[in-house]
Design a protein around this ligand. Structure first.
Ligand code: SAH
Length: 364
């Protein structure tokens, strides 16, 4: 068992079962042994590779989206340009490089802010950003972002890392899934005592069989609600990219990733990444009830709509065959339906009535 696993087992032994959301929070953010607080998750040598780490084109196209959103708002200054959960800082680095080329006055005058819960990753971001780091402020929570001025905010693979609650159907009833100790002192799942609010369950929950799992994500809802409130009050727009589904449904999506392979969720607390698929309908509903315009589409459609193929062509024009091959492999990986193109979704939110390119192409 990992050191964190031993601590969790001792905690359960003395204070009783813990919820899936407490387990996730401990595994990801325990100050001493948490995954994001202590490990290097990203890239070939890590556990998973995210879109900005696959190709600079991802950050370039997100930058163009932000620029279009800013001009659609009337190019207000001052403005805050923020990213939440920046990982190694690659997305913001590529965005700032691109935005400087499009309109250097925006990068020169915007308040550029990174929201990062892990102090260790904030240090990595400082290094990645290089000369741009002097323009950036860091915040431990999104609530720390400057208010009273418009906000353009992006987040890639943030919501999947926020703790979820799970409920399991046991004896015909939904009960909160808990983590207990098995006979050998190892970690195991069990049906706990608390019950979910029935109004929050997806439509297919009533007919779900024994053992089925439903997920609710209050931490995600709270993050979305506070961002939506900020955007409604101060104006602005947001782009949230993650893997997940568009219609609410039952199903266990909690997963552990270690060295680019799936692992048992309870096998290596603190040493594997834990994530769950994002319910985009829930997020969109929260943004909508704050009065914001919201649109969601598949990542592949979003990137193609933003000009991925044209950008790949231009980037490849000055390269040799090997370079061009790398670029077309990146296009495939980011946008092909059987790779990240369909599983990943992009949700854009904006102040009421705002046109959210390229999403308006969806509107008949
Ligand atoms: N966006 C990056 C990293 C994704 S991993 C990329 O695409 O490569 C998730 C990131 O979110 C990590 O940086 C993690 O430390 C951060 N994170 C998780 N929960 C957070 C929270 N509540 N507030 C801010 N950052 C958080």
């Amino acid at each position: 068992m990992t050191p964190l696993g031993a601590r969790i087992a001792a905690l359960i032994e003395t204070s009783g079962p813990i919820s899936v959301s407490d387990y996730m929070a401990l595994c990801l953010f325990d100050p001493e042994h948490g995954y994001y607080t202590t490990r290097e998750p990203f890239g070939e040598a890590g556990d998973f590779t995210t879109a900005p780490e696959i190709s600079q084109m991802f950050g370039e196209l997100v930058a163009v989206w932000c620029y279009r959103a800013w001009t659609a708002m009337g190019a207000p200054l001052p403005v805050t340009l923020a990213e939440i959960g920046p990982g190694r800082g690659t997305l913001m680095r590529d965005m700032l490089r691109t935005l400087s080329q499009i309109d250097s006055s925006l990068v020169a005058s915007a308040d550029i802010a990174l929201v990062e819960a892990s102090p260790r990753l904030a240090d990595v971001q400082r290094l990645t950003l290089g000369p741009f780091a002097g323009r950036v402020t860091w915040h431990a929570e999104a609530g720390g972002l400057k208010s009273g001025q418009p906000l353009i905010v992006v987040a890639n693979e943030l919501f999947d890392a926020l703790p979820i609650r799970q409920f399991v159907k046991a004896g015909g009833e939904w009960r909160e899934r808990a983590i207990v100790l098995d006979e050998d002192g190892g970690l195991a799942f069990a049906a706990g005592l608390s019950r979910p609010d029935a109004s929050l369950l997806p439509p297919d929950a009533a007919a779900a069989p024994e053992g089925a799992v439903v997920e609710l994500a209050p931490a995600r809802s709270a993050m979305m609600a506070s961002l939506a409130q900020r955007l409604a009050e101060d104006g602005g727009a947001g782009l949230f990219i993650d893997y997940g589904y568009l219609e609410p449904r039952t199903g266990d999506t909690l997963q552990a990733l270690r060295r680019h392979a799936f692992d048992d969720v309870l096998a290596a607390p603190g040493e594997a990444d834990l994530t769950a698929h994002v319910d985009f309908a829930a997020l969109s509903q929260i943004a909508g009830s704050a009065g914001l315009t919201t649109e969601t589409m598949r990542q592949g459609d979003f990137l193609l709509g933003m000009g991925l193929l044209e950008r790949a062509g231009r980037l490849g024009a000055s390269m040799d065959d090997a370079g061009r091959e790398q670029i077309s492999a990146a296009v495939e990986r980011l946008a092909a339906p059987d790779q990240m193109g369909d599983l990943f979704k992009v949700m854009a939110v904006g102040q009421p009535g705002m046109s959210l390119f390229p999403f308006e192409r969806n509107v008949p």
